[in-house]
Design a binder for this molecule. Structure first.
Ligand SMILES: *Cc1c(COP(=O)(O)O)cnc(C)c1O
Length: 402
């Protein structure tokens, strides 16, 4: 048998060594810490318990007992794998139930589930847009939107973040040029780095004016905004947005992604959404757990109210300590430090003192706006948040940030 290890002087070996060394020398190489516990409000890393302010498990549903039971029952009924892609014979009735449940939750005619939010964007954009089209895309859109746009081959026109004058101007130029068959506008519903909300009423108005297809990726808004149903619902625009994208891996607590929209759109995505055709379906257990999760959200607003209550409590606390918490309008609470190395040091000291809050620096956010991003969840208690705040105070004073 031949060894597959690259030869010492191979082009791959040179590429890997050079690039890894460069990242490491710049302090940009990300060391991954694994958890020895569920990703709940308290996590265990290297045998140390830490207050967790970095997960997307907004409503604590990832460890919910009813979801676990739904998953176990589905495994007993269907096994662990779906066995095929959706269009061959990997559609089990639990997948159909998941899709009708999502449509009900979102207030749309129909929905289609994908294996993740990321591949949902890869599949959905390119199923509709091609090289004869153009996409107007907010400059702070998520990486999966950017990749989905690139894959479609459409011309990508970036507009300044939430700048509606810029969007209108660019839409007018694109429309007047007569160069494109279709135009689309794409935005996150809630922006994950600052926690601000897309200006959907204006976006819909501009879309009407220039005949733009509307595409909202509400990964961080679903389960949080609009009493849980998301940002489109929050603005009363559920029937005005063509594509409502969501993930089943954040507030919903499991894994998967979806598009909710008109019956015709969903019928089309079921024949042209490539991850739906060429990648095996969600596991039956995940699908069942997602159904249970969405049913919990439709029955009660308790968890949604709780994440807002905790978010507001943490924000008020950090602000009164003197931290810059930016312009967040949602429970996502950035603590903006500015300087990149100071941000990393701050996060490291928080960790040593018992708070897990990841630093986020350039290129994920603009230079000089390094931050520690906090995601309080419904599962945090006031005591946990108070303890986190006292650690923030100690470390903030120690590093002369407050
Ligand atoms: C997290 C996220 C995704 C990816 O969702 P996954 O289900 O984790 O693949 C897509 N879009 C946005 C805006 C996100 O924040």
């Amino acid at each position: 048998m031949k060894s597959s290890i690259p030869k010492k002087d191979s082009s791959l070996n040179r590429f890997l060594t050079d690039n890894l060394n460069e990242l490491k020398s710049k302090g940009l190489y990300n060391q991954i810490n694994s958890l020895q516990s569920p990703n709940g409000p308290i996590i265990t890393i290297n045998n140390k318990n830490l207050i967790n302010l970095s997960s997307n498990n907004y409503l604590g549903l990832a460890t919910n007992e009813n979801l676990k039971l739904a998953e176990i029952n589905a495994i007993n009924k269907y096994g662990v794998g779906a066995g095929a892609v959706r269009t061959i014979n990997g559609t089990l009735d639990i997948h159909d139930l998941l899709e009708t449940t999502i449509a009900k939750f979102k207030g749309t005619e129909a929905a289609i589930a994908f294996q993740s939010g990321f591949n949902c964007n890869m599949g959905a954009i390119s199923a509709v847009m091609d090289k004869n089209d153009a996409i107007l895309s907010d400059e702070l859109n998520h990486a999966s939107i950017i990749d989905g746009c690139r894959l479609s081959g459409a011309k990508i026109i970036r507009y300044k973040h939430s700048d509606m004058n810029d969007l209108r101007n660019q839409a007018k130029i694109a429309k007047d040029s007569g160069k494109y068959v279709k135009l689309m506008v794409i935005t996150d519903g809630v922006f994950s780095m600052d926690g601000d909300i897309a200006k959907l009423p204006e976006i819909v108005e501009i879309a009407n004016e220039f005949d733009l297809i509307t595409y909202v990726d509400d990964a961080h808004g679903s389960g949080v905004m609009g009493n849980g149903a998301g940002t489109c619902k929050h603005f009363g625009l559920s029937d005005k947005i063509d594509f409502q994208i969501g993930t089943l891996s954040k507030a919903i607590g499991v894994v998967g992604g979806y598009v909710a929209g008109s019956k015709d759109l969903i019928d089309w995505l079921k024949v042209r959404g490539r991850p739906f055709l060429f990648s095996t379906s969600l596991t039956p257990g995940s699908a069942a757990a997602c159904v249970e999760s969405i049913n919990i959200l439709m029955e009660s607003s308790y968890l949604v109210n709780k994440v807002w209550e905790n978010g507001n409590y943490l924000k008020k606390g950090l602000k009164s300590l003197g931290f810059n918490i930016g312009k967040s309008e949602t429970p996502i609470t950035p603590c903006i430090i500015g300087d990149e190395s100071k941000t990393q040091l701050f996060s490291k000291r928080l960790l040593e003192e018992g708070v897990y809050a990841k630093s986020i620096v350039f290129p994920t956010v603009p230079k000089g706006t390094g931050r520690v991003r906090n995601m309080p969840t419904s599962a945090h208690t006031k005591e946990m948040l108070d303890q986190a705040l006292s650690i923030y105070e100690k470390v903030g004073k120690e590093l002369n940030i407050i």
